[in-house]
Design a binder for this molecule. Sequence first.
Ligand code: SME
Length: 158
Amino acid sequence: MAEDLKLIDGTKKAQYESLIPQIKALVEGESDLVANLANIAAALKEQFGWFWVGFYLVKNEVLVLGPFQGPVACTRITKNRGVCGSSWSTAKTLIVPDVAVFPGHIACSSLSKSEIVVPIIVNEKVVGVLDVDSEQLNNFDTIDQQYLEAIIALISFN
Ligand code: SME
């Protein structure tokens, strides 16, 4: 597909509905994982303008920073640590309306106020997470969860 994104205004749901076929088209002709994760991070950042969006991948039993859009971030997160490490150990999507009250939250930036982390599960094992941070409190809900999980399902990790 052409390397430009059609951005739309509208409800969160409408924005995801517009974006998902475009992400599908971006990744379906490409087998390289890093290339696809990089484009997904860029597409989400462009459409939603979130503070930070990116991936951490499990390498030697540690989450290591992968492709992302936004300010520089911590590079390694151990299991159970922070929102990302908790999503990894529980294999569940975590929605954090106020990061200040999440026990053990890792503050890569004091500007981040709310967060959603979606685990990437392959053959029943978490192989990474998608992490999205917002400068606004309470910016993520189950609509984000539903659509971000659908976006993760488009990625081939083989
Ligand atoms: N806040 C995350 C760390 C990653 S950064 O937000 C990019 C956490 O608590 O796991």
